[in-house]
Design a protein around this ligand. Structure first.
Ligand code: PFF
Length: 448
């Protein structure tokens, strides 16, 4: 379907399914549990949810409005709406962070393919936690992950070459509901585990003394990462929304479903973590060690495990497709490349970054940037610094500079519907979001 000379998503459901497809991925199922595990459980969860609804929803509305109003990539959106070039900084931050995220994300997505294949062939052995741990190390260190990272990036390139709406729309419409069903089934199973109460209380009871500046920054980074915010991903997707899509509603539904998936993942993982005696602070390996162990306790475990890793792989793909779209839209619309060339160029850049990240668990584990391996640095720098910074610029821009009538027209679909919360939204964008992000940054670097 075409509107304003641009391809748009066919239906309202497709707009929600694709933004949820972008938001729901490894960020919810892999990153959320390990960040929560390392940052105090309930305290982290509380801050994360507060950031999703107080900062994430207003920023989603802001990105959606900019994207649909300009029908452009992040760079073009600022160029069309901003009087001054300084705002273009947000465009550069977005493109840089999309490539950094794609690099380390592809490594973890590669692990999901490897776990899926190993489950299918019956070679995963999780008779005890020690074996599970050794198995993770065997599968993810050395040169092997390079193969899976490359394979994942090839799949991503293949989908991207298929065009915007066709590939993405079709995949998201079917997969997201299926993933939900599977997660709910695993939750029910985790609630029967012996250490269920410890796991749930770790996740849901907040010890306020654990809220430190670094916990706040991690929760902020996680909220933005999880909602694909701050780098122009949602802005770019909204540029394909039809004129009938209700932006405020789509923002709220996206944030609610996204946080629901993260909570479900927590409910699956933490009872199991305590029941199987695994440390919640295990870091990026947490989910990959815990999940197969859960499957090994289930009847037809091989089947569940294969299906789950397959769906996780596909959920990662719908997320990487959205982050690739940021740089591809930039190269095609700003640098006038063909879509094919733009896809190949951005895949090649991500592949280079991906190789460094894939090797940082093995041969490059001693190479560090500010004390972090390539993988950890790419993750920390993009999620905790670039995304909040990009998000802050977007809030300031939409709150203070964007034409109010244009913003209103986007949020009301040209006056067709009411958007009662406009003044509140503008207040959040002008004051609450930038001040909160600024304070967390300053707090973290020790200035206040
Ligand atoms: N939101 C995705 C997830 O939670 O897995 C990750 C992501 C997608 C981050 C797209 C950034 C982005 F542009």
């Amino acid at each position: 379907m075409t509107q304003n000379n641009r391809e748009v998503f066919g239906s309202r459901f497709a707009a929600i399914a694709t933004t949820v497809g972008s938001a729901v991925g490894l960020g919810n199922i892999w990153r959320f549990p390990y960040e929560a595990g390392q940052n105090g459980g309930g305290a982290f969860m509380l801050c994360y949810l507060a950031f999703i609804f107080m900062l994430g929803v207003p920023l989603l509305c802001a990105e959606y409005s900019m994207g649909r109003a300009t029908r452009s990539n992040i760079f073009g959106a600022y160029r069309r709406l901003a009087p001054r070039r300084k705002w273009y900084l947000a465009g550069y931050i977005g493109i840089l962070s999309s490539i950094l995220i794609l690099s380390f994300y592809s490594v973890v997505a590669g692990w999901t393919i490897e776990y899926c294949v190993s489950s299918m062939t019956g070679s995963l052995d999780f008779s005890d936690t020690e074996t599970g741990h050794l198995q993770f190390l065997t599968l993810t260190t050395g040169w092997r992950p390079v193969l899976w990272t490359v394979l994942f990036l090839l799949c991503n390139t293949f989908v991207m070459l298929g065009g915007v709406t066709k590939g993405i729309e079709r995949a998201s419409n079917i997969l997201m509901p299926l993933l939900f069903v599977l997660l709910i089934a695993f939750c029910v199973n985790s609630l029967t585990l012996p250490w269920r109460d410890q796991g749930l209380s770790f996740l849901f009871s907040a010890d306020f003394s654990k809220i430190t500046p670094s916990v706040l920054l991690s929760a902020l980074g996680q909220a933005f990462f999880s909602l694909s915010l701050g780098l122009g991903c949602m802005l770019t997707y909204a540029s394909y929304f039809s004129n009938n899509t209700r932006l405020g509603r789509t923002a709220f539904v996206t944030a609610s479903l996204d946080s629901l998936v993260a909570i479900l993942a927590g409910v699956i993982i933490f009872p199991a973590v305590f029941s199987f005696g695994i440390s919640p602070e295990s870091g990026p390996m947490l989910v990959f060690e815990v999940l197969p162990y859960i499957f090994s306790q289930l009847p037809a475990g091989v089947l569940w495990s294969t299906l789950f890793f397959l769906l996780l792989f596909l959920a990662s793909l719908t997320s990487t497709v959205s982050m690739s779209e940021i740089s591809i839209a930039f190269f095609t619309e700003e640098k006038k490349m063909s879509r094919r060339k733009a896809t190949l160029v951005s895949s090649a850049i991500a592949l280079t970054g991906g190789l460094f990240c894939a090797l940082s668990f093995g041969p490059l584990s001693d190479f560090t940037i500010f004390g972090r391996t390539f993988f950890n640095f790419f993750d920390y720098f993009s999620s905790n610094i670039c995304l909040p910074l990009g998000g802050m610029i977007c809030c300031l821009f939409v709150g203070w500079k964007m034409d109010r009538a244009l913003l209103k027209s986007e949020l009301t679909n040209g006056g067709k519907h009411r958007f009662a919360l406009l003044r509140l939204l503008v207040f959040f964008l002008r004051w609450i979001c930038p001040v909160a992000i600024g304070l967390i940054f300053l707090n973290c670097i020790g200035i206040i």
